[in-house]
Ligand binder design. Structure first.
Ligand code: KIV
Ligand code: ZN
Length: 527
C-alpha cells in the first residue's frame, strides 16, 4: 500500500514574500478557501509578526479554514510566537512554525550567534510554543548548508522540547537531487527520537531543482513536502505544488507514495493565484502553462488523434485544464452554464451566479464562439473579494499619431454619485489612467502593465493586468473586455478598489496595540 505524503502549501507566506506577489486580506482568504478545496493538508497563512496586515490575514484565514491545518510562521522568539498564537486563536487546527538558521554562514553573519546559542534559542522557542499549541513545526533554516550532525543535534533537542514536525529547508536552492535525498536519509537515521516527529522538506528553485530535490527527499522518506502554487516564492521560487502533485499521481506506482490533492482543482487554483498576484504563468510551465497540453506539430497532432497516450502522459481533464472547444453560446441556459463551471473546477457556491451568467450572455452576444477559456477568464475576473468603491460608467478617448491623447472618463462611487474628469496623456492608456488619478484625487505609480488575449481570433477578449503602488504598498488589478482599452481601464479601477478597500480595512480593524507591536518587530522580519 502506498504511503501518504502531506502537502504543506506556503503560497500565502513564502509565495507572497516574493517581489510583486503581495495579496490583500480578502485575496488571501479567497486563496485559502481554494487551497482547502484543493485538498492541501497544511496552509501556511503568513508571518504574523511581520506586520499588522499579516497578523490580520492569518487570523482571517484561520477563522474560515476548517479542514486544513493553518500554520503561522514565527522566528524563534517568544514575541513572534505570541503574535502567531494570537493570529491562530480561532483556528480549528493550528500549527506554530518556528525557525532559526543552523548553517555556519547564517549563524556567524546574520544571527551573530554561536551554535550553542542557536540550540538554546530553538529549544526555548519550541517548548514555549508547544505549551500553547498542539502542533509545532521547527525549521533549521539553510539546513542543507549546515553541518548534518549539528542539524541532528538541534532536531533531537527540539523533539524532546515537543516539536511535532522537523523541516529541512534547502533555503538557497543549492542541493543536487543526488545529494539532497541522502542528506534527508542521514538526518532521519541520526536524529535521536525521530520516530516521534514527521520529517518535512522545503526546497527553493535557484538552480531549477526544487521539484527534483523534493521528490528525492520523498524517496528518502520525507513525510511532508512544502511547496507553492505556480512555484511562487523568494527569488526563483519554491517547489511547485502542481508539479509535485502530478508527479506523485502519474508515477504513483514507481514512487509508492500518494497525496490528498484533488487534482482537477489544480488549474482553477493556479489561475486564482495568478489573478490575485498579477503574476502570469509562463506558457511552457509544466501542468498549468498555456501550452502544457497543446500539440502544435503535425506529427504530434496525428499521434494524439490516433491515441492520446502517444504524446500525453496525463490528461488535461485530470488537472482541470480547460479545453478550447466551443461549449456554450448565446442560446445556452443557466443550468448548462453552471454545469460547465463545475466541470472546470469552479465552485459556483459563493459566486454571484446570476451576475456571472448575465456577463456570459453579454459576452456570447459579442463573440462568435465562447470557449472554456473565455468562461474561465470570466469567472476568475468576477470573483469579488471586496466591495467596489468605484465602478466604470463610461469613457471616451481621442487618440491618433499627431495629437496628444485625451480621455474623458465617468465613474460612479459607492454612494451612487457620478464624477467625470478629463486628462491628456502620452497615448490612450496614459490619458485614461491620468484621468482616473485626477478623479479619485490620488497620484498612483504604475509599476507594471500587461496586456494579453484570452484566446486567439479577431474577436478575442483582451485581458489587462496592472500593479499600482502608493507609499510603498502595492495593489493588483485585472480587467477583461473585448476592447483592450476598456480592459486596461477596468484593471486600473480594480487595483484602485483593492487599494481603497485595504486602506479602509486597515484603518478600521487594526488596534493601536497590534500596530505598536508590529512596528517594534517589523525590522528584520523578512525571511
Ligand atoms: O526557505 C526557508 O528556509 C524558509 C524557512 C522559514 C522554512 O522559508
Ligand atoms: Zn523558503
Amino acid at each position: 500500500m502506498a504511503r501518504t505524503v502531506k502537502i504543506f502549501d506556503t503560497t500565502l507566506r513564502d509565495g507572497e514574500q516574493a517581489p510583486r506577489c503581495s495579496m490583500n486580506l480578502q485575496e488571501k482568504v479567497e486563496v485559502a478557501r481554494q487551497l482547502e478545496r484543493l485538498g492541501v493538508d497544511v496552509i501556511e497563512a503568513g508571518f504574523p509578526a511581520a506586520s499588522p496586515g499579516d497578523l490580520a490575514a492569518v487570523r482571517a484565514v484561520a477563522e474560515v479554514v476548517k479542514a486544513s491545518t493553518v500554520a503561522a510562521l514565527c522566528r524563534a522568539s517568544r514575541g513572534d510566537i505570541d503574535a502567531g498564537l494570537e493570529a491562530l486563536a480561532n483556528a480549528a487546527r493550528p500549527r506554530i512554525h518556528t525557525f532559526i538558521a543552523t548553517s555556519p554562514i547564517h549563524m556567524e553573519f546574520k544571527l551573530k550567534m554561536t551554535p550553542d546559542e542557536v540550540l538554546a534559542r530553538a529549544v526555548d522557542a519550541v517548548s514555549y510554543a508547544r505549551e500553547r499549541c498542539p502542533e509545532v513545526e521547527f525549521s533549521a533554516e539553510d539546513a542543507f548548508r549546515s553541518d548534518p550532525d549539528f542539524v541532528c543535534k538541534v532536531f533531537g533537542a527540539v523533539i524532546a522540547a515537543g516539536a511535532t514536525v522537523l523541516n529541512i529547508p534547502d533555503t538557497v536552492g543549492y542541493a543536487l537531487p543526488g545529494e539532497f535525498g541522502p542528506f534527508v536519509a542521514y538526518i532521519k537515521a541520526h536524529t535521536p527520537g525521530i520516530e516521534k516527529a514527521a520529517i518535512s522538506v522545503h526546497c527553493h528553485n535557484d538552480l531549477g531543482l526544487a521539484v527534483a530535490n523534493t521528490i528525492a527527499a520523498v524517496q528518502a522518506g520525507a513525510d511532508q513536502i512544502e511547496c507553492t502554487i505556480n512555484g511562487l516564492g523568494e527569488r526563483a521560487g519554491n517547489a511547485s505544488l502542481e508539479e509535485l502533485a502530478m508527479i506523485l499521481t502519474t508515477r504513483r506506482e514507481e514512487l509508492g507514495v500518494e497525496c490528498g490533492i484533488v487534482t482537477p482543482q489544480i488549474y482553477a487554483t493556479s489561475r486564482l493565484v495568478s489573478k490575485v498576484t498579477g503574476v502570469r504563468v509562463q506558457p511552457n510551465k509544466a501542468i498549468v502553462g498555456e501550452n502544457a497540453f497543446a500539440h502544435e506539430a503535425g506529427i504530434h497532432q496525428h499521434g494524439v488523434l490516433a491515441n492520446r497516450a502517444t504524446y500525453e502522459i496525463m490528461t488535461p481533464e485530470s488537472v482541470g485544464f480547460p479545453s478550447n472547444r466551443m461549449v456554450l453560446g448565446k442560446h445556452s441556459g443557466k443550468h448548462a452554464f453552471e454545469e460547465r463551471l463545475k466541470d472546470l473546477g469552479f465552485e459556483p457556491a459563493g459566486l454571484a451566479i446570476d451576475e456571472l451568467f448575465a456577463r456570459f450572455k453579454v459576452l456570447a452576444d459579442k463573440k462568435k464562439t465562447v470557449s472554456d477559456r473565455d468562461i474561465e477568464a470570466l469567472v476568475v475576473g468576477s470573483t469579488k473579494s471586496h466591495p467596489d468603491t468605484w465602478t466604470l460608467d463610461r469613457w471616451v478617448i481621442n487618440s491618433g499619431s499627431s495629437l496628444s491623447s485625451t480621455c474623458t472618463i465617468k465613474l460612479k462611487n459607492k454612494s451612487g454619485e457620478f464624477r467625470e474628469e478629463v486628462a491628456v496623456g502620452d497615448g490612450p492608456i496614459d490619458a485614461a489612467f491620468s484621468a482616473i488619478d485626477r478623479l479619485i484625487g490620488k497620484n498612483l505609480d504604475l509599476d507594471s502593465f500587461e496586456l494579453g488575449a484570452v484566446t486567439g481570433g479577431e474577436d478575442a477578449q483582451g485581458e489587462a493586468t496592472v500593479k499600482v503602488s502608493m507609499e510603498g504598498q502595492q495593489w493588483n488589478g485585472r480587467g477583461l473586455s473585448t476592447d483592450i482599452v476598456e480592459a486596461s481601464i477596468l484593471a486600473y479601477i480594480a487595483a484602485i478598489n483593492s487599494m481603497e478597500w485595504e486602506l479602509s480595512a486597515m484603518r478600521g480593524h487594526l488596534s493601536a496595540d497590534a500596530a505598536a507591536r508590529a512596528a517594534a518587530t517589523k525590522e528584520g522580519a523578512g525571511v
